[in-house]
Design a protein around this ligand. Structure first.
Ligand code: SF4
Length: 880
């Protein structure tokens, strides 16, 4: 077996991995012990990456449809790209460069981004290039720029080890950045004086480990941060020498925060005044490292929240020093790389300003073109609105799934139906977005690609290929270059595409990119593939002559602003875009789960990642459940002003009354309905254009769906359906559905046919009066398939035996009997808490009842002994 060093393709922690491969196939993965982001650790997602490397879900050859009435058909690359170039050229000729757009992804590599950026701005002449990073980090990027002068996180992961206080705001780090959370746990174990303050409306595995949980009302972060600053001022805890020497704007801000007394803020945020005082004192004692993510960013006041938090660091002089500073946690593996090359509608190459004519002239000169466009392009939400209005006529989507991830999904789907020509370039064939594509281009993915990514702490890592591209898949940048050359030949703007895109390999793109950074805040003029090869991942800046990258920024108190002083941002608390009302009385909060990633196109193919949470549960506070006479497992319709979904509910004390939570991962491929974002409005922050994906006002109504279905295949057509995988070595496809009435017999017949259950030796038992209708297939002494309709109470028991292959005789007897319930009240194993060691919640609870503590659980059941992602949940179960 061969091992190849690369980087995890999920979150912005940017863990190093060693990919095992044999005979051109990926066979294993382990953490890279030498990588400074993770030192060998991986979370449950990273540790199962190799299981996502199968080809079943992949797009393997180009597919084109020439008419919307026909399905796509397989074509060769030549025909595919010639067609795309022809359509783009025709539309640009007739309607101008701004009639086309590119929507990219924080999962592309920096080299991919660079080429697309040059294609849009340098060849076509449009700034209509934006990415899903808009949904993720644009408020953080804008906040850094406003306060500190550049989109550059000043701190680093090592600061966790030096901090005296960790201020975690709007981030369920335990779920979304698990390996970093392991580092937090280790720091806490080493340093009993470390204080952790967590700000989150919800009680999560992250807030469980905090010394102080500030469970604020949604959208009140600015008020909280101003309240803390008010205390710092009142108690003389600001570092005024630092403020006078290195900052501007404090006087005006001081007048503003005067209004944010602890008493008033306690009322606005719904927390205790004493907790505000305590948090402020711990923050001031420091050194304080702030870790923050989508709870701050995905908001119509996302930039305000970011700068208000940075204000606290500036006021206490806690920036650029070991253990101190603001550190936004990047959602995606390379959102930072995209920002570096300027691959967003309102950014420009190497942190240049689109509005600055000198910056535009510099890039035009570096690229060898007469000019680059000066008008800002359309940001993500604006882009899809312009598509819907017919102003953008051709859209190219690469490596992302906006039909699942954008807000106001009904409007986005309408846009995707209306656009004249849609190209989707993706590694996966069946996503919510590929369904709309006129042209589907198969791209390489993790384990197959070469290039670089930048993680949350500005660290650039190599991504390396362990296996060759499968089928006809091509690298993203190769597709973009080929298309650019074909398009250039058809455009009459005098630009020579062959000269603009001369790249033979990813390294030459990286070299051109680094040349554009020289003299900028992110200068990597001294970095090269050779250095990354010999010295490993490096942080930027890394200018020519440097031996190493810079660990922390602004240690000298000189900031990236024109005058070198940081700016206090004078912002005020603003309410949410959508307030709760009599018709929509509940606050919906959306978020991530531990074992899933984004729209599940990759993690949804790994059976063991589906065992922790099998369905998109809507979680309510028990009081709200009781008020609606709901019990765990009941069906509800959750409705916002834009759309609705049918879901199952469960109660949890982690929620505040009137708050509900829904995970964001499930989309139309895995459930009935378009997913959580169908409920969310497209309201955006006015500076970052990041939408308020974390909140909508909703109502929840009980639904009676007495007819149930449980089977092993994918189907739609029901009031409620969720499908996924279960099992481990051998995956089991699971479909749960419910409907107000029993469907026609032909539908069940069709389902049986799809499942291969319409065979003679399948056991059928039907008793209409008792609502029992079961079809069970036993093959080679084990359960091979089952379809239950009407009453499905035995589904979990049968699912378990599909996985373990046992109890065939018992199942046969049950299948032939007039029984719906499983024999002896047996059930399934329930949620799997420890994915690595396959340990279920029931087994953990049983051990806890016998008096086990964490060490005993780990020794007896082995749970939490491998990747550690489940340790916070084990602690929670222990505490409960
Ligand atoms: Fe990948 Fe997990 Fe590391 Fe994130 S924390 S980079 S998902 S292994």
């Amino acid at each position: 077996m061969q091992e190849t060093k690369s980087t995890c393709c999920y979150c912005g922690v940017g863990c190093g991995v060693l990919i095992g491969s044999e005979g051109g196939r990926i066979t294993g993965v382990r953490g890279d012990p030498d990588h400074p982001a993770n030192f060998g650790r991986l979370c449950s997602k990273g540790a199962t990456l190799h299981l996502s490397a199968g080809l079943e879900a992949r797009a393997l050859h180009p597919e084109l449809r020439t008419s919307r009435e026909r399905p796509r058909r397989r074509v060769g690359w030549d025909a595919a790209l010639a067609h795309a170039a022809g359509r783009f050229a025709d539309i640009i000729r007739a309607h101008g460069p701004d009639s086309v757009a590119f929507y990219l992804s924080g999962q592309l590599l920096t080299e991919d981004y660079y080429v697309f950026n040059k294609l849009a701005r340098g060849l076509i002449g449009t700034n209509n290039i934006d990415t899903n990073s808009r949904l993720c980090m644009s408020s953080a990027a804008t906040g850094y720029k406003l306060s500190l002068g550049a989109d550059a996180p000043p701190a680093c992961y090592e600061d966790i080890d030096h901090a005296g206080c960790l201020f975690i705001a709007g981030s369920n780090t335990a779920y979304a950045h698990p390996v970093l959370f392991r580092r937090i746990e280790a720091a806490r174990a080493r340093n009993p004086d470390l204080r952790i303050v967590a700000v989150d409306p919800r009680r999560t595995d992250t807030t469980q480990c905090a010394d102080l949980h500030l469970a604020i009302q949604p959208g009140t972060d600015v008020a909280l941060f101003h309240g803390l600053l008010n205390v710092l001022l009142w108690e003389g805890l600001c570092d005024m020498a630092y403020v006078y020497a290195h900052t501007e704007g404090f006087g005006v801000l001081r007048e503003t925060v005067r209004e944010y007394t602890p008493q008033r803020v306690a009322g606005l945020c719904g927390i205790r005044e004493a907790d505000i005082l305590q948090a402020a004192r711990w923050f001031a004692r420091g050194p304080t490292l702030s870790l923050y993510c989508q709870g701050l960013n995905q908001s119509t006041s996302g930039v305000d929240k970011n700068v208000a938090l940075i204000n606290l660091h500036l006021a206490t002089g806690q920036i650029g020093q070991p253990g101190a500073g603001p550190l936004s946690l990047t959602g995606q593996p390379n959102a930072m790389g995209g920002r570096e090359v300027g691959g967003m509608a309102n950014l420009f190459s190497a942190h240049r300003d689109l509005a600055n004519p000198e910056h535009r002239a510099e890039i035009a000169r570096l690229w060898g073109v007469d000019s680059v466009p000066d008008q800002p392009g359309r940001t993500a939400v604006e882009m899809f609105e312009a598509v819907r209005r017919g102003e953008i006529r051709a859209l190219w989507i690469a490596c992302t799934n906006p039909a699942q991830s954008m807000p106001d999904l009904n409007a986005v789907h309408e846009a995707l139906r209306r656009v004249e020509f849609l190209v989707v370039q993706d590694a996966f064939r069946d996503t919510e977005t590929t369904r709309f594509a006129d042209l589907l281009l198969p791209a390489t993915t993790w384990g197959e690609k070469q290039g670089t990514v930048t993680n949350s702490e500005r660290r650039i890592s190599r991504v390396r290929a362990a296996v060759p591209p499968p089928g006809e898949a091509r690298h993203d940048w190769v597709i973009a270059v080929d298309f650019a050359c074909r398009l250039g030949a058809r455009l009459v703007n005098g630009r020579d595409a062959a000269r603009l895109f001369p790249y033979a390999e990813a390294e030459s793109i990286f070299d051109e990119h680094r040349a554009t950074t020289v003299g900028r805040d992110l200068d990597i003029g001294g970095l090269s593939y050779a250095i990354l090869e010999t010295r490993g991942p490096q942080q930027w800046p890394f200018p020519a002559g440097a031996r190493t990258g810079l660990q922390r920024l602004y240690a000298d108190g000189v900031f990236a602003t024109p005058g070198g002083r940081a700016q206090f941002a004078n912002v005020v608390h603003r309410p949410l875009a959508e307030s709760a009302s009599a018709r929509y009385p509940l606050h919906l909060n959306t978020g991530r789960l531990r074992d899933q990633w984004h729209g599940m196109s990759r993690t949804g193919t790994v059976a063991q990642l589906c065992n922790h949470e099998e369905e998109p549960w809507l979680t309510l506070h028990p009081d709200d459940m009781a008020r609606r006479q709901l019990a765990d497992g009941d069906f509800v319709r959750v409705q916002s002003r834009r759309g609705g979904l049918v879901l199952r509910v469960r109660g949890a004390n982690e929620m505040q009354p009137t708050h509900v939570f829904l995970p964001m991962h499930w989309g139309g491929c895995h459930m009935s309905g378009a997913g959580a974002n169908v409920l969310i409005a497209g309201d955006c922050d006015p500076l970052s254009w990041q939408p308020e994906l974390k909140h909508a006002a909703v109502r929840v109504e009980r639904l009676d769906l007495p007819w149930r279905l449980a089977l092993r295949a994918l189907l739609g057509r029901f009031d409620y359906a969720s499908c996924g995988l279960a099992g481990r070595e051998e995956g089991v496809v699971v479909l749960r559905a419910a409907h107000a009435w029993a469907p026609a017999a032909e539908l069940l017949g069709g389902i049986d046919r799809i499942l291969g259950l319409d065979v003679e030796n399948a056991i059928t038992y039907r008793d209409v009066r008792r609502n029992v209708d079961k079809r069970v297939l036993l093959e080679h002494g084990r359960l091979a398939g089952v379809r239950l309709a009407g009453e499905t109470v035995a589904a979990a028991w049968l699912q378990q035996h599909l996985v373990d292959g046992e109890a065939a005789e018992e199942i046969r007897r049950w299948a032939l009997a007039p029984l719906a319930a499983p024999p002896g009240g047996q059930g399934g194993r329930g949620r799997i808490v420890c994915t690595c060691q396959d340990v279920a919640e029931q087994e953990i609870r049983a051990a806890l009842r016998q008096g086990a503590d964490l060490a005993l659980l780990q020794a007896r059941l082995r749970c939490g002994t491998e990747c550690g992602s489940c340790v916070p949940e084990l602690r929670r179960l222990l505490a409960a």
